[in-house]
Write a new protein. Structure first.
Length: 117
């Protein structure tokens, strides 16, 4: 999933997603990625992982995992999916990126789970 030719920043990339996700999800992704929107489009994979992991961590910490938080759960899924679609354009780095993302996700504190792993 190469970034659109005209995209030079993460903000432009998310604005030009094709196919465009449903409106509510696209608006949520745009809001979540806003702090990094000025960064170069080459940073998109890392920003998507960072943002997805941060949101998932917030959801788990606040036990916000019910139906009322479905849009955020969809956003986490979309961010991680987009991260790997973008990262696939650099096949030499995909394995290390996947390992790093899995380690970050595995390191999240799940409510009700013992802290020691």
């Amino acid at each position: 999933m190469m970034p659109p030719a005209a995209a030079t920043t993460v903000g432009e990339w998310v604005a030009q997603l094709d196919p465009r996700p449903p409106v509510a999800l696209h608006e949520r992704l745009t809001a979540l990625l806003a702090p990094g929107a000025h960064r170069p489009v080459a940073d998109t994979a890392e920003i998507c992982v960072e943002t997805g992991v941060r949101l998932l961590d917030e959801m788990l910490a606040s036990e916000a995992t019910d139906r009322a938080h479905a849009l955020d759960l969809l956003a986490v899924d979309a961010l991680i999916t987009y991260a790997f679609q973008v990262a696939a354009d650099e096949p030499a780095r995909i394995e290390s990126r996947a390992a790093a993302a899995m380690a970050r996700i595995a390191g999240l504190n799940i409510v009700g789970e013992p802290e020691a792993r």
